[in-house]
Design a protein around this ligand. Structure first.
Ligand SMILES: Nc1nc2c(ncn2[C@@H]2O[C@H](COP(=O)(O)OP(=O)(O)OP(=O)(O)O)[C@@H](O)[C@H]2O)c(=O)[nH]1
Ligand SMILES: [Mg+2]
Length: 244
């Protein structure tokens, strides 16, 4: 059994995956000096150089593996599937473009060791460092406020791609999770609350690297995708249709 399993979901990430692998491997080796950790890149059929960058890295690092799916828009499912392939004490996922958050990993792992089942990275705590295009940031804050009020969960960041589950949390989530893409990040929190798991948020550093400008067509696509997803979450977690 591994001490720590890190899953990095990817879709066309050749700009970021190299430094993400290098830095996460270095960080995990400093925390787990016995090397009992595994990094899994869960790729959704990248058409850029992501696969070749990962395969090159794997030649010199035996604790890195690659899983490949041919379906896009199943990030949550891909992460859970990659986790289910390996036994570990802790399961973590971090987005490929979040290398700046890695120095915060040790602190998050300490929270797991203190007994929290779910440790959630957050961009909106006092100690977090966040730089994002203004419109994206505004939408993210509105989304989080909306979900926090609707589900009374007290969580500041429902969509951060930096999380750690312990075995108990992973077992519960694999049994109850049904969302497959972006809404999955929010669903995870609601399932955990519904199942009385211990949850804590921890600060991260999030520096938007892709662009200083908001991509409006992507923003619109995301909003349209979230509306039916939130409706499903309301049905399950507010109208009480979630089964035990
Ligand atoms: N497996 C899988 N991963 C995906 C998919 N779509 C995106 N990803 C990965 O999921 C992570 C988060 O995606 P991002 O595009 O960074 O999403 P975001 O952080 O909300 O948006 P940005 O602000 O543009 O960074 C990245 O590592 C992506 O490569 C997908 O369909 N399948
Ligand atoms: Mg991102």
């Amino acid at each position: 059994m591994f001490e720590f399993l890190l899953v990095i979901p990817t879709l066309n990430e050749d700009k970021y995956i190299g430094s993400m692998l290098l830095n996460s491997e270095k960080e995990l080796r400093s925390i787990y000096s016995d090397g009992r950790f595994l990094i899994v890149v869960a790729d959704a059929g990248s058409e850029d150089a992501t696969i070749s960058v990962v395969e090159r890295f794997m030649k010199n690092h035996r604790n890195v593996v690659l899983t490949r799916s041919s379906h896009i828009a199943e990030r949550g499912y891909d992460v859970m599937h990659a986790m289910s392939m390996h036994k570990s004490k802790l399961y973590c996922y971090i987005d490929a473009d979040l290398a700046p958050s890695l120095p915060y990993l040790k602190r998050a792992i300490t929270k797991s060791a203190e007994g929290y089942d779910l440790v959630l990275g957050s961009r909106y705590l006092r100690a977090s460092i966040t730089r994002r295009p203004a419109v994206r940031r505004l939408f993210s804050i509105v989304y989080n406020g909306l979900i926090r009020n609707m589900f009374s969960d007290g969580i500041t960041d429902h969509q951060c791609g930096f999380r750690i589950f312990n075995r108990k949390a992973f077992r519960v989530l694999s049994k109850k999770s049904t969302e497959r893409h972006w809404v999955w990040d929010t669903e995870v929190i609601l399932i955990a609350r519904h199942s009385n798991l211990k949850i804590i948020e921890t600060p991260i550093k999030w520096v938007e690297q892709r662009s200083d400008k908001t991509n409006y067509s992507r923003l619109l696509r995301d909003i349209l995708l979230f509306i039916p997803g939130i409706a499903r979450l309301i049905y399950r977690f507010i109208l009480g249709r979630e089964l035990g």
